[in-house]
Design a binder for this molecule. Structure first.
Ligand code: V07
Length: 255
């Protein structure tokens, strides 16, 4: 009763039924932080946290798909992550391989389309191959788009998009004054997706860390203390409930 009135989730395990099906964010982006800290707390090596984080990716993909989310973008590896110890980087680069070996049958069953954005030419060959194969295998699926940001950086993306836009202008003998937001947007790696409605970051840090800088101009931000491996279906529902409370307009029209 009180939960319904105030949308006070209060440990209730029935948040999903309180969500308005008409206002589910179309695109959710997540910075999956805290995998190393999750492992440290348990006296496990950091890679154990990454592995558990990978299982959480699958769980949250299923949740998002059931809730009717259209695009789920996950920050898997930033252009800064190369600075980590070699051993950890090598392990991370095998996770996409692991992920598809374990979950491809489920992804096909759930009608999920895989997309990967980022600078792929520098990734190990086995990682590149598994990504191309997964995108190809799922390209006719019509459900949730699971979009991984892998070796991705927001500023670099804006620079590449602007360069491509400038080349287009030059080819048409146009000038810098003809550069528009629309033209830059057209050359972003996300040009086929709507901008994220909701950006979630786990593990208590309140930064955007060079993630989708252009696309999050109007996104709602949601920060949660939990480390990524502990993030659950309930937590996703709570994030969406908060989003719905913020974007509710009594008698008005949603932006
Ligand atoms: C990675 C698990 C999730 C938490 C964040 C760091 C560790 C899934 C992938 C992945 C990426 C591309 C792809 C399929 C799966 C992944 C990295 C790290 C580098 F096509 N999880 N995960 N990639 N972690």
């Amino acid at each position: 009763m009180f939960n319904k009135l105030f949308n006070n989730n209060n440990g209730s395990d029935d948040i999903e039924s309180q969500l308005s099906k008409e206002n589910i964010p179309k695109h959710i982006a997540i910075i999956m932080d805290g995998n190393g800290r999750w492992a440290n707390k348990r006296f496990l090596p950091r890679i154990a946290g990454h592995k558990e984080g990978m299982n959480t990716v699958k769980k949250i993909t299923t949740s998002a798909s059931k809730l009717g989310v259209e695009v789920l973008t996950l920050y898997a590896f930033s252009t800064e992550n190369w600075k980590r110890p070699d051993e950890e980087v090598q392990f991370l680069m095998k996770l996409p391989v692991d992920f598809f070996e374990t979950f491809m049958p489920d992804l096909m069953k759930e009608n999920v389309r895989v997309h990967v954005m980022g600078y792929h030419d520098v990734l190990p060959k086995h990682t590149q191959k598994v990504i191309t194969d997964a995108m190809d295998k799922t390209k006719n699926n019509t459900g949730l788009v699971l979009n991984f940001a892998l070796n991705y950086g927001g500023r670099a993306e804006i620079v590449s998009a602007t360069q491509a836009a400038m080349r287009e202008l030059l080819a048409q003998e146009l000038t810098p004054d003809d550069l528009t937001e629309e033209l830059i947007t057209k050359h972003l790696m996300t040009h086929t997706f709507p901008d994220p409605d909701l950006l979630i970051r786990t593990s208590g840090e309140m930064r955007v860390s060079n993630f989708m800088l252009w696309q999050i101009a109007y996104s709602e931000f949601y920060f949660v203390e939990k480390h990524w491996p502990d993030f659950s279906h309930q937590d996703l529902c709570e994030a969406i409930a908060t989003y719905q409370n913020r974007t509710r307009r009594f008698g008005g029209i949603l932006k």
